[in-house]
Design a protein around this ligand. Structure first.
Ligand SMILES: [Zn+2]
Ligand SMILES: [Zn+2]
Length: 222
């Protein structure tokens, strides 16, 4: 009953093909482009997303798991739908066919915090939604252990990689009450899209400086 009322008020159309009845139809889900795994430091191919030994940085990521190819227009539309349409169902669908097994026994999943004025405006952090779905599948708990301590410009408005790095430098901190959850722990950072990776890399630096043993990233797309 409620479903049909909601459906009447907000009719669903597939973000891929526009067909009525579904946010993302099965035909489009089956055609989505799966990402090649890359080294998050140099962007070149890397089996399983491990950081190449030559690319390792002192406070850097140990690896990255990416699911979809962001150049796929349907993926882009679906991620926009999650982010700007607050559509959790789309995230459920994008993750439906995946199991998550990694060689690392993660202690917790940590969403990359949103820019704070945006979070206040929406009260919806897509990274948190993705983290809760992945955490459910991995049976690992999600802990919001990071926060933004200052305003940053929206990364998508900056095209230069260096500008993006500068923009987020010093922007994150570990929340005090969570410091015991960082030291010697294995952490999986979660975000929607990995482009320059500046946010994720800055979060990694903060976690490693606070004593994290291993930090991997997971993004829906790159
Ligand atoms: Zn479709
Ligand atoms: Zn590399």
């Amino acid at each position: 009953m409620f479903d049909s009322i909601i459906d009447f008020l907000f009719p669903k159309y597939c973000v891929g093909c526009g067909k009525y009845g579904n946010d993302l139809c099965n035909k489009c889900i089956n055609e989505l482009s799966i990402a090649d795994q890359i080294c998050p430091e140099c962007g070149d191919d890397s089996p399983m997303g491990w950081v190449h030994p030559k690319c390792k940085k002192e406070w850097g990521l140990d690896g990255l798991i990416v699911i979809y190819d962001y150049r796929d227009l349907i993926i882009k539309a679906a991620i926009d739908g999650i982010k700007f349409g607050f559509n959790r169902e789309l995230a459920v669908k994008l993750l439906k066919n995946f199991r998550f097994e990694s060689g690392v026994d993660f202690d917790s999943l940590v969403p990359v915090p949103l820019h704070f004025y945006r979070e206040n405006w929406r009260g919806f952090n897509q990274a948190e939604v993705i983290a809760s779905l992945v955490g459910g599948k991995m049976k690992v708990r999600v802990v919001n252990m990071l926060k933004r301590k200052r305003r940053t410009k929206q990364q998508s408005l900056l095209s230069d990689k260096k500008d993006r790095e500068k923009n987020v430098k010093g922007a994150f901190v570990v929340k005090k009450e969570n410091s015991f959850r960082v030291k010697n722990k294995k952490i999986l950072l979660i975000d929607d899209v990995f482009t320059s990776g500046a946010d994720m890399k800055e979060c990694t630096k903060v976690l490693k400086r606070a004593g994290a043993e291993v930090v991997w990233g997971l993004a829906l797309a790159h």
